[in-house]
Design a protein around this ligand. Structure first.
Ligand code: SAH
Length: 211
């Protein structure tokens, strides 16, 4: 998977490739999907949610540029796979992950324990509000699509930090990267990183006036 689906398609960051070689993706899936764990596709994880295809996880992680000591916020824990990849890379930092569905959160907490990942904190709730008590974050990654960037998330981005989020509706979404430049922390610089397809972020906050 790592060579054909990731390196072969332009993922260059060694930390991302090493982390994805390390993570046992089959542990993040319902048992009957084990044989498909390394296929080039998003897969159902229950509760109507999906785990992203490996390439999209790699692309988002590479664009986030996580450092070893970073504090990272993830919205939409889902299976826990993306959080595990981030926690592996930010081994001397911390990953804060928020999920709105309790069943999914309980399962992913069990996976983190089994993998010995002690630098992940979880929270049940609406991720669009962020995690103000732990802000600011060096990186924020959203695994569900919103019509616009939830304002609390942009506000919780540290100088030099990046926020990565799929923006759009059910039929068409663009991966958006917002950066708060270290030398101009009052500004947010926006770039786009290609078309993606995610499940929707379910939140009243994401639909209020954002950016
Ligand atoms: N990153 C995950 C996949 C995310 S799927 C993985 O690696 O498996 C999107 C997840 O976002 C779903 O689990 C969904 O329940 C969750 N979600 C949707 N809206 C949310 C919100 N407002 N706050 C927190 N989680 C939310």
């Amino acid at each position: 998977m790592v060579m054909r689906q990731l390196a072969g398609r332009g993922i260059r960051d060694t930390r991302v490739l090493v982390a994805m070689r390390w993570a046992p993706r089959e542990w993040f899936l319902p048992p009957h999907l084990g044989p498909e764990a390394y296929s080039d596709a998003p897969l159902p994880i229950g509760n109507g949610q999906t785990i992203s295809q490996p390439y999209v996880v790699a692309l988002m992680t590479e664009r986030l540029r996580p450092a070893r000591t970073d504090r990272i916020l993830e919205i939409g824990t889902g299976s826990g796979y993306q959080a595990a990849i981030l926690a592996y890379i930010a081994s001397a930092g911390k990953v804060f992950t928020i999920e709105r569905l309790p069943d999914l959160l309980v399962e992913s907490e069990e996976r983190f324990r089994r993998l010995g990942l002690t630098n992940i904190e979880t929270r049940l709730g609406d991720g669009a509000a962020g995690w103000p008590e732990e802000a600011p974050f060096d990186g924020i990654i959203v695994g569900a699509a919103a019509p616009r960037v939830p304002e609390p998330l942009a506000a919780q981005l540290a100088p030099g930090g990046r926020l990565i989020i799929p923006i759009g509706d059910l039929s068409s979404q663009e991966l958006v990267i917002l950066e708060r430049p270290a030398d101009a922390p009052g500004k947010l610089v926006q770039r786009e990183a290609g078309a993606v397809r995610f499940v929707p972020l379910i939140s009243r906050l994401a639909f209020t006036e954002g950016m």
